[in-house]
Ligand binder design. Structure first.
Ligand SMILES: [Zn+2]
Length: 76
């Protein structure tokens, strides 16, 4: 599946910062994790704010991302 949707570079940069650990979740509320699930967000967390910005753009583009399934060889 290759799907294209408009998303700002600011949103991509935010997602990149969260994914690379440059900006970590505070984990003091409803940050997404294996227990809370992928779709929860903490309004007080800077990393969640970046996710919320991307969420809004994806929603505006009428895009729903599928659940991510890690490949078997991704463990380390
Ligand atoms: Zn968070």
């Amino acid at each position: 599946m290759t799907q294209h949707a408009p998303i700002s570079l600011d949103a991509v940069a935010g997602l990149y910062a969260v994914a690379t650990g440059q900006l970590a979740h505070v984990n003091c509320g409803s940050c997404p994790d294996i227990l809370e699930g992928a779709l929860v967000r903490d309004d007080e967390c800077p990393a969640c704010q970046l996710l919320l910005a991307a969420d809004a753009q994806l929603r505006a583009a009428d895009v729903t991302l599928p659940a991510f399934i890690a490949p078997d060889n991704a463990s380390n």
